[in-house]
Design a protein around this ligand. Sequence first.
Ligand code: SF4
Length: 444
Amino acid sequence: MFLKQSVLPQNEKESLTMRVGDSFCPGILHAVPAKDGLLIRIRMPGGVLIPQQLEIIAELSDAYADGQIEITSRANLQLRGIKAEDLSQLVQEFESAGCLPSRQHDRVRNIVTSPFAGLAPDEILDSRSFVRELDDRLIADTILANLLPKFNFAIDGGGTWFSRDGDDLALRAVMVNGVPLFHLAIGGALSGFGVGTERALDCLLEAARMCLQISKKLGVPARGRNIVSRPEALTPLLNGLSRFLVHCPEPTSNNSGDTPTGIYSTKRVGFVSVVPSVPLGRLTCQQARGLASIAKEWGGDLRLAPWRGILLSSIPDDSVGLVSAKLKAVNLSLDGKDGYQGVSACAGSDCCDASLANVRRDAVILAAHLSGREPKPGWTVNISGCEKQCAMRTEATAKLVATPNGYNLMINKHFLGSGYSFEAALDAMLTYQAEMPLEVSSCQ
Ligand code: SF4
């Protein structure tokens, strides 16, 4: 699975030591100071983690962090509230647990796929083997250790419930005359070209190397969006990849934009996937242990989701009642009525010096008002502590951005004004949500 030994010799390992600073993206070896202590991020390629790994991370969070585990929007994990004096021990523990397979690639980590890979009845192919091979080849490649920490690969087998905007390099499966191809997207833009599955990873890795070269030549950050927006960058990239590429129809997206929650059928007869709601993308250690214990008892793996959630992969359908009760015991619900459906908030004033509001508290208040209501298709809320709007989706039904004078409020793409108190914004959001149409959820 994803427990790997370090690929670097000892002397090289020693030269790649821990750093602490606020000018870079976090990793395990790159701790970033925040208001509540140091923050580190743990790579989880493809979002797959085995239950024992989650148990270890819960143990480490209890011992060295704030007792919570955050799921990021690229399906990695992060711990926060770490004391500087504990950092060295924590890093050693992560390395022993196989979470740092290459010190050099600590932050070359973002490979996102559908959490339903290998499970979804409507997928064209199972992306998991591609993800594993991509990760193996990435961490064996010293040139690609220079990719920026936000650089994101996405590999999608073509099923429902997976939609990503703006990934640097993305492959999405399409079926052409009965043969699966991967359509290539760069910086979120569909290229119109595809690659056969057998050469897909050669193409993807070559594209990543070329992104580095072209960006260096042009003096721009090596991100897909910088390539795709400049003909002088895009043309050489596509030319360089021409030996891999064929014309390819554009993939269709059948994602409704909603956050999956509930019970979902799988390709495996008699087994379902179980997707609890994870309020604001944070698991308590007790919840993490509860999830790990369910996965161990019923033998499925755990998948982190880019909607900052988690999925239990293969649960016998006659055990759903028991699993549901175990989830309920750790305050994880399956009915989508906990009020958190579609609600995101950034770290907020408890954790971030830049925050102009206690956005997490406000999100909790909003969820309390929505709790018990039927989930509304398409309902999403972003609440940000400042203009930076870290890790928020680009579009949301309601957007609140804190300013020194109150919230800026946008609903359904209309800017309603600035200087909103949270109470006034709450009224507006609740009224709008109540009037949204109610449709039957696609949950089984
Ligand atoms: S959006 Fe602003 S307040 Fe929120 S975490 Fe980012 S920098 Fe901090």
